[in-house]
Design a protein around this ligand. Sequence first.
Ligand SMILES: Nc1ncnc2c1ncn2[C@@H]1O[C@H](COP(=O)(O)OP(=O)(O)O)[C@@H](O)[C@H]1O
Ligand SMILES: [Mg+2]
Ligand SMILES: [Zn+2]
Length: 564
Amino acid sequence: MAQALYRKWRSQTFDQVVGQEHVTQTLRNALRDGRVAHAYLFSGPRGTGKTSTARILAKALNCTGPEGERPCDVCPTCVAISEGRMLDLIEIDAASNNSVDDIRELRDKVGFRPSEGSYKIYIIDEVHMLSNSAFNALLKTLEEPPPHARFILATTEPHKIPATVHSRCQRFDFRRIPVAEIAAHLRYIATEENVQAEDAALTAIARSAQGCMRDAISLLDQMTSYGSEAISVAQVNQVLGSVASESVSAFVDALAQQNIPAGLQLIHDLLLAGASLQEFTTQVIEHLRGVMLLQMTGDSGLLDDRSPETVGQMKAQADRLTQPQTLFAVKRFGESVGELKGGHQPQLPLELALVEIVSGPAIAIGQPQSAPPEATVSQVAAQPVAAKSSTDQASAAKPSAHTLSTVQPDKADSTAAAEQTDDKAPPAPLDQDAVVKLRGQWSEVLATVRERLGLKQQAALRAMRDIAIGESAIALAFGNNKFAKDMISDPETAIQVSTILAQFVGRQVTLECQEGEHATLPAAVGRVVRDTRKNDGPDPLLEFAVSELGAEVKDEKKAKRRAS
Ligand SMILES: Nc1ncnc2c1ncn2[C@@H]1O[C@H](COP(=O)(O)OP(=O)(O)O)[C@@H](O)[C@H]1O
Ligand SMILES: [Mg+2]
Ligand SMILES: [Zn+2]
């Protein structure tokens, strides 16, 4: 098998170390001035150039080329180090078991003069893995180093190095390498290797490497084995399970426009296309982070690894969303990433996050709350509508209307009674006791619904904002979450849900699903469940279920409405 690209393209001179100029320039100056320290500590993430730089320093110290050009990379010593056969360069991997013996041996032999060059150089990789006794042995050596010995300790976890050892070293922090610099280096390697690749493909690889050059080169290596054609961004996305940035932006657009059906459609399409929803959600979060940066700084300078088109889209979204909305979306999607682990309906956590971000978090009875409802996308747009909505007019007109405010879900339980004495709180429900009791059992209601109907119905019911209970009817308000309301008010679902609710309330009830913040009982209490979608035109959820999930419509009236 051919040598791995990342080994083949190990940096051999200071110039070839990308993105760590603060280290390489300081080392060059020290070499020029003859002030090379006895011991260095190289810290930083893996694959950022610590080992490479340590070897380059070892070369420079022993190089026989012209002063000022060291390492020359052509003299016998430089070549020997590049080829890994220089006796005076001793590399110890502290992660392997025999490292204590290695350190003892080091101590025993460090006094001997170098055999070929002028310096004996010890590189101790993953030095934080040394045992206490090994550290102690090392410390003795560092305290009285022979003049011809130099030490380079490398670690990804500098905080694990004892202070006594730390203080004997000059420390350099290797940083994650910026996307643009990784992409440029990949371009260089691709050209040298005669590999064709789209710019966008290299940028996608670079971004996925998160600052680690080794990972980026390895991924490029993997991509070259895909065939003779140019590496495309589509190929890279496929390998990474990631998604074209247009889809990510379109999804955030749907969010900003409160267009739940469009968002759900996108999720569905991605799933069909075999994309990893976990990866997609991560990309959405990264995109929203860009939107957030724009909102907070108004400056696109921090987004220089993004294409101008993407930045333009982010700007439009930054105008449409408020900062708290963006923040809540980042947080809520963040929560859903961990939940996207396959299962029966792998997309559900993402769908739920979308619905909750747009329509407000589900009522918090017995459940932790992610964020206050005012952070939801719908809030700003929804308020004027809510004020005019028929349900609100009804409750304003009728002093005896029967609702209980649930605007603050996180204190719904404990302050339910207190809120009623509040001037602004809507009037008490007809059966106030039943409401309080039902709220107290809401998590059990949800569990029962999940068991008998399924996860989607449970999820929809979690969007419930308000309950009103009368003699023989229960009204549930779903805020402006039409999606949830429609799902529960589907005739069959409504009957099953009302049967469950009846068990909790202790009497036969019919169910009324409403939009708006406050649930109000229908004038004719006890009439049959109303199909609230009569004049709404096509039902988006139904459309979605039929066209995308292959559902069959059993209710003919609805089927006709769809056909017309
Ligand atoms: N800063 C960098 N510039 C160029 N290539 C790098 C850089 N960092 C890492 N690499 C690539 O990754 C490989 C591993 O790097 P290495 O120096 O062993 O990283 P570390 O010791 O920090 O884990 C190198 O062979 C090289 O191909
Ligand atoms: Mg290393
Ligand atoms: Zn040399």
